[in-house]
Design a protein around this ligand. Structure first.
Ligand SMILES: O=C(CO)[C@@H](O)[C@H](O)[C@H](O)[C@H](O)COP(=O)(O)O
Ligand SMILES: [Zn+2]
Length: 190
């Protein structure tokens, strides 16, 4: 019985994957924006909910820790990891503010914020992108097929053309790893 499920997932995954090269020009611009920020002593920040919170942490850890090759640590942090900040801001202000308020505390002009939302509708991610605009932070959106929901809030938008949250997340991880590979190369002077 599960074989049919596996095959359906595989087919759907493969179909979405075929569209990914269309995002490569924008992906190149995103890498350039990250390099500009890091060269100027800035940092990358990442936020998202649920599976995308995990992706945010994964991404930041690849950069501050390591990805594939030995290089210096790169300035990156996830805004999803501090349970005290998340519960304080969520409890005392609003859950919608959990990322925006941390961003206001930490961001400097020229930093980069990655907002990850497969639907583009998460209010806390949208509020963070809006705060980023006020703070002079470069805004990158990772989203799904409803790109119109997020694109206007971003400087660069990587929109995976699928309405399935799971398929979009799978592609986001691939895009994140491609950014990490490119930044490894940059940090090693290639
Ligand atoms: O991982 C999954 C589903 O694959 C879920 O945890 C999912 O991330 C959550 O429902 C999120 O709250 C969805 O938010 P978003 O991607 O629409 O912004
Ligand atoms: Zn998931």
């Amino acid at each position: 019985m599960s074989q049919a499920i596996f095959e359906a997932y595989w087919d759907e995954h493969r179909r979405v994957l075929e569209h990914l090269p269309a995002l490569f020009p924008e992906l190149g611009r995103v890498v350039q924006a990250c390099v500009r920020a890091l060269e100027q002593g800035g940092k990358l920040m990442v936020c998202g909910n649920g599976g995308s919170a995990a992706d945010a942490q994964h991404f930041a850890a690849e950069l501050s820790g390591r990805y594939r090759r030995e290089r210096r640590p790169l300035a990156a942090l996830a805004l999803t990891t501090d349970s005290s900040a998340l519960t304080c801001i969520g409890n005392d202000y609003a859950f919608e503010q959990v990322f925006a308020r941390q961003l206001e505390a930490l961001a400097r002009p020229g930093d980069v914020l990655f907002g990850i939302s497969t639907s583009g509708r998460s209010k806390n991610v949208r509020a963070a992108l809006e705060a980023a605009a006020r703070l002079g932070v470069v805004r990158v959106g990772l989203t799904g097929g409803h790109a119109a929901a997020m694109r206007p809030l971003t400087d660069f938008c990587l929109a995976v053309p699928s309405a399935s949250t799971a398929r979009v997340q799978e592609m986001h991880v691939l895009l994140i790893h491609m950014i990490c590979e490119a930044l490894d190369g940059w940090a090693l002077g290639e």
